[in-house]
Design a protein around this ligand. Structure first.
Ligand SMILES: *Cc1c(COP(=O)(O)O)cnc(C)c1O
Length: 500
């Protein structure tokens, strides 16, 4: 065994990992990377098919990001944001505000949909500009910040003594800190620390493939395309908001991953869902917390139906549906996958609720040692620069197309139940038989076994339950994308080949 692998096994406790399983094998020790490729300590090469757990945007060892970090390193690595400003963080905040407010987003009026009309709502609520940036360290803290801000905002603006509550989606995952876990609804993760959590409400997510209201029989296509329903999932959101209002304590905010829930199992939303539920939430005086930790920075691809046509408006999933949230939580891809850094963007209105004389103690008492880190901010600025380049816009569009075409080759496999692609994110749900949608028991480790087989074919990714994830870096070439999907195809065949 490689000496580094030995040290790892002796001392490192890995996240979301059954360490008994881990200790049975020699771990892959990665030592270098270039583009979509990473290399291990034995010189073996792999494709990074989940962008190092959804963080990497432009590939490893990118000359522009490397140079930006080196340049900053020559000046200073880190200074505190507590009481002090710094160059890259100020520049980054300005740049984030620019890309998070594509032209026209605040002029959009959400259409009044049938659900809302029936609920007696007449005028839609306009989007507000995101103007303020609160930096933190990772996705969990970005969500935690939004949660605390929204809680305080609701308390201060509603003037009551009520403890405002939050609504989030079934199966939601918003991070691992206690507040973020409280917003989540993945029983498996949350059971162990249930006693530590505060209660949040959940509402069904628009999981077309397994929706109890979807009357369509399984087909060899993305379930969103052939669903037969009456938007019951939107009605459920309306019911939740109405019921909570009747209790005299309307929801402070609706927390949602726009366009696609990630760790819930790559669950995409049918077109129009987001716009409808946002309208409902706002009609009831609720704010919107968009967790774009996974979906942000171009992940959700082009949007031919976008209500705003320009490449910059495609950087965030919310904007695809003409929605500007009250809180935009960003992390994973913020630094291009280089350094841990996060941001929570919000409006002047929220900011103003925390202004006052010192002695009023309206201050937002929250912050981290590495808030506004200079190296991270420099990497993020470089990453945004690349994202906006024509070359990147073109490469993303092409990669999205290649993935779309290649994925078709998976439909003949009986264990492929649903293939869900939103831009540059793909979830392939494995089932026992596509005709029945019968799920695998988690104990069968179907997703894990397929991903282990993919690794033997030189492609690295991690499943969420029985859903295999492909989320390649944007620099992935068509040939590399074909190899990723090909490895998935072979892995599924090998894993479920019936024993002779
Ligand atoms: C990964 C993720 C988080 C948590 O981010 P960390 O950086 O792991 O703390 C939160 N929300 C979503 C949607 C995520 O994908």
């Amino acid at each position: 065994m490689h000496p580094l692998a030995q040290l790892d096994r002796r001392h490192v406790w890995h996240p979301f990992t059954q360490m008994r399983d881990w200790l049975r094998r020699e771990p892959v020790v990665l030592v270098s990377g270039r583009g979509a490729m990473v290399r291990d300590a034995r010189g073996r090469e792999y494709l990074d098919a989940n962008s190092s757990i959804w963080t990497n945007l432009h590939g490893h060892n990118h000359p522009k990001i490397n140079a930006a970090i080196r340049r900053q390193l020559g000046k200073v690595a880190h200074t505190s944001a507590l009481g002090l400003a710094n160059e890259p963080a100020a520049l980054l905040a300005a740049e984030l505000v620019k890309v998070a407010n594509p032209p026209g987003i605040c002029d959009l009026r959400l259409t009044i949909d049938e659900t809302n009309r029936r609920a007696g709502r007449k005028s839609p609520i306009a989007n507000r500009k995101l103007e303020k940036v609160f930096f933190s360290d990772d996705g969990s803290t970005a969500v935690e910040v939004a949660l605390k801000l929204a809680y305080e905002f609701a308390r201060r603006t509603r003037g009551g003594k009520a403890r405002p509550k939050f609504l989030s989606l079934a199966g939601a995952y918003h991070g691992d800190t206690v507040g973020a876990v409280s917003l989540g609804h993945i029983d498996l993760f949350h059971r162990a620390c249930a006693g530590l959590l505060f209660k949040s409400e959940q509402v069904m997510s628009p999981y077309c493939y397994r929706c109890p209201f979807n009357r369509a029989k399984p087909e060899r296509a993305d379930a969103r395309e052939y669903r037969r329903c009456n938007w019951e999932c939107v009605g459920k959101v309306e019911q939740k908001f109405s019921a909570q209002k009747k209790r005299g304590n309307p929801f402070a905010a609706f927390v949602v991953e726009p366009l696609m829930q990630g760790a819930a199992g790559m669950i995409p939303q049918p077109a129009g869902w987001l716009r409808r539920v946002v309208e409902i939430a706002r009609g009831h005086g609720g704010q919107i917390i968009a967790d774009e930790v996974m979906t942000g920075f171009g992940r959700t691809g082009r949007n031919p139906e976008s209500r705003i046509q320009n490449p910059e408006s495609n950087l965030f999933a919310s904007h695809h549906e003409g929605v500007q949230p009250d809180y935009l939580c960003l992390a994973k891809g913020l630094t291009g996958g280089y350094l841990p850094m996060a941001a929570t963007l919000t409006t002047q209105k929220v900011f103003a609720a925390f202004l006052g004389e010192y002695g009023e103690f309206k201050t937002f008492f929250h912050g981290h040692s590495y808030t506004g880190n200079q190296l991270g901010a420099s990497a993020a600025l470089a990453s945004l620069e690349i994202l906006k380049s024509r070359a990147s816009v073109k490469a993303r569009a092409r990669l999205e197309e290649v993935l779309h075409d290649e994925l078709k080759s998976l439909w003949p496999l009986p264990q492929v139940g649903d293939i869900r692609q939103v831009g540059l994110v793909v979830g392939v749900e494995l089932v026992k038989d596509w005709r029945t949608r019968e799920p695998f028991d988690l104990r069968e480790r179907a997703g894990i076994r397929v991903c282990e087989a993919m690794a033997r074919h030189g492609v690295l990714t991690r499943p969420v339950g029985s859903v295999v994830v492909l989320m390649p870096p944007y620099c992935t070439t068509p040939a590399q994308a074909r190899k990723m999907v090909g490895a998935l195809r072979e892995a599924i065949i090998e894993t479920f080949r019936s024993p002779k």
